[in-house]
Design a protein around this ligand. Structure first.
Ligand code: FUB
Ligand code: ZN
Length: 626
């Protein structure tokens, strides 16, 4: 695969401990915040519209009307009576939806959403216990026999800090959106409650589902209080020393592997266990490196990244093949029909690879980020924004359908917070260096080396590899601008103000170091032929098969486009020629591929767009003969 073509960077950037109120969470290289990246393009704009118009309303209705999630808070707040209903980590979905609502408010103010946020913040505040504890499951369930004996903090597998982490992230997001502190303060009180009980010289705690670490780093940056960063670091350091406890550890001593607590995190070399937990933890490890100037975790991060990307990742950028542990099993064991590939794990891949790119400046991380984003994450939500995939197979007999909601709703609520912040993955800035990681028609303002640069991208990407980027500093200004030449791209041309640029890449970037003036224009033409990509031969499921990829998009055969054709018996070859077709109906705006096999027209659609029409078979890996 193209992913291996880049050499590993050998430097990393040490960082200071000063709190920064930015979206970069302490990295020397900062993402340009999504609030400064105004996307207006053929690809993302429809998805962002369906997020605001449909996904958010669906999430709100599910939290408040169709499930008991908000009702649990009302009960815990004493506003009505009744028992807890649902799953023990349901609070986290409310918080994740609220994080998404807060981001959405930053893109597009909406008094109705803000009123809901305020109302829910009131409820959450009322549900908080006097000592700062908040978790509706424990508050409402403690009467039950089992939990009578085993109340709060008696089982690391019960997601108390996981839910709290999502609360803090929502509180930070809403504070940044509106300046309102109520939700943030609830989160701060809960974090302070953790730190009264746990920490050096106090009780041990290995959180059963990593997440609070990420939230605590955000809290450190918003409050400037280093104790939150130190506690995040301590939580990571607790892992791998046998401190786990709870019912799960009575019957399954290997449960440590599932939660990545079988070895101290600095000693991790291979990916193991639950995929979402792993992604959140590696992201948190990168945050610790960036914020503490302590490089202890770097060997682990490099090694586990190789293991994930070279041996355990699907071509869609999805991870976590197994249903059994919602995670990783054997290297190269990547079945297509039974693949788990949870949407949350793909969101986690974007989080982690983005951080690795910030930390190390190598485009190979942005390549993986792009792959997971355009294929695996986007497949998790229907084009209309109203139906969701939790599990994302690469092959289906027609029995896999998107759901309007899931009992365990981590994926829809993750999508709801991810989509409105997608703009933050486009650019990064470091001193007088600007990096363009993603291509999307957009307008952006970013401060580079003390000068405000206005950047306008015009492109039909990912349908077309032609990109025009106009760069206008307020005043003529020296800066180094890095353009990612994607790992999938084998041939490209580049011009500056109409003059061809001498090529030569540094860690996957074309770098232009010069004095920029208003209206300077870079033109990139990233050639996008259809590639028939072979898997590593050790992936048994894909022997004799290829997946078709054009630009960053992986394509799939879907029965609805190919009536009467047995998809599994089709054999593609290097002789196939492809033309792009415009989709119609629900697929309008989407480019399909059409080819002929034995004179029969065969049509493919981008994988992310599958299961948006009538049910039927779907196939990513197709038979292939040279
Ligand atoms: O346990 C919380 C979330 O629910 C996990 O991240 C998902 O895998 C699902 O189990
Ligand atoms: Zn999920």
């Amino acid at each position: 695969m193209d992913l291996t073509r880049r050499l590993f960077a050998i430097f990393w950037i040490s960082a200071c401990c000063c709190p920064l109120l930015s979206s970069g969470q302490g990295y020397v290289v900062q993402p340009v915040p999504f609030t400064s990246v105004k996307i207006n393009d053929v690809f993302w704009t429809p998805r962002l519209e369906s997020h605001v118009n449909t996904t958010l309303p669906v999430c709100i209705a599910q939290m408040r009307d169709s499930t008991s999630r908000i009702s649990n808070f009302e009960k815990a707040a004493g506003l009505k009576s009744g028992k807890f209903e649902g799953t023990f980590f349901d609070d986290s979905d409310v918080y994740k939806a609220m994080e998404g609502m807060a981001y959405s408010l930053q893109n597009r103010p909406d008094p109705e959403i803000e009123a809901i946020m305020d109302h829910w913040s009131d409820l959450i505040e009322k549900a908080q216990q006097p000592d700062g504890y908040i978790n509706t499951f424990f508050t409402l369930e403690r009467d039950k026999d089992y939990w009578e004996e085993n109340g709060r903090w008696s089982d690391i597998g019960r997601h108390e800090m996981y839910c709290g982490g999502h609360l803090i992230e929502a509180g930070v997001a809403y504070y940044q959106a509106t300046g309102k502190r109520k939700l943030l303060d609830v989160g701060i009180r809960f974090a302070d409650h953790w730190m009264e009980i746990f920490g050096p010289g106090k009780r041990h705690w290995v959180e059963g589902h990593q997440e609070p670490e990420l939230a605590l780093v955000k809290l450190y940056h918003v409050t400037g209080e280093e104790k939150y960063l130190r506690f995040a670091h301590w939580l990571l350091e607790e892992r791998g020393h046998g401190h786990e406890f709870g019912p799960m550890w009575e019957w399954n001593p290997n449960a440590n592997v599932d939660i990545q607590s079988d070895v101290p995190v600095k000693d991790i070399r291979d990916v193991k266990g639950h995929a979402v937990r792993a992604m959140y933890m590696y992201s948190a490890m990168a945050d610790i490196v960036a914020n503490t100037a302590d490089s202890t975790y770097m060997t682990a991060l490099h090694s586990v990244w190789d293991d994930v990307v070279l041996r355990n990742m699907y071509i869609t950028g999805a991870i976590g093949a197994s249903h059994t542990n919602e995670g990783f099993v054997e290297d190269f064991d990547l079945p297509n029909k039974t693949s788990y590939c949870e949407t949350c794990a793909s969101v986690g891949m974007v989080f982690w690879n983005h951080r690795m790119n910030l930390l190390l400046g190598d485009a190979k991380y942005a390549d993986v980020m792009e792959r997971s984003l355009y294929n695996a994450v986007l497949a998790g939500v229907s084009l209309a924004g109203d139906r969701f995939f939790y599990v994302n197979p690469l092959e289906s007999d027609g029995d896999r359908r998107r759901s309007r909601w899931h009992g365990t709703a981590c994926c829809p609520s993750n999508i709801s917070r991810f989509m409105p912040s997608v703009g933050k993955y486009v650019y990064t800035v470091r001193e007088n260096e600007l990096t363009v990681n993603l291509y999307t028609a957009s307008q952006t303002e970013a401060e580079v080396g003390g000068t405000v640069f206005s950047i306008v991208q015009q492109t039909q990407y990912p349908w077309d590899g032609k990109i025009k980027i106009q760069i206008s500093p307020e005043t003529p200004s020296n800066a180094s601008i890095r353009f990612r030449i994607p790992g999938w791209c084998r041939s490209y041309t580049a011009e500056l103000n109409g003059v061809p640029i001498e090529k030569g890449l540094d860690r996957g970037y074309l770098i232009l170091n010069r004095q920029w003036k208003k209206g300077d224009e870079i033109t990139l033409d990233l050639r996008m032929p259809v590639e028939a990509v072979a898997a590593d031969p050790r992936v048994k499921a894909n022997i004799g098969k290829r997946a078709l990829q054009r630009g960053p998009l992986v394509y799939a055969l879907e029965q609805v486009d190919n009536p009467g054709i047995d998809l599994e018996s089709l054999v593609f070859s290097p002789r196939n020629e492809y033309k792009l077709l415009d989709g119609t109906g629900v697929l309008s705006g989407i480019k399909k591929l059409q080819t002929r096999i034995e004179n029969t027209p065969v049509t493919l659609i981008p994988y992310y767009a599958w299961e948006n029409r009538e049910p039927g078979k779907m196939l990513v890996w197709v038979n292939y003969a040279e």
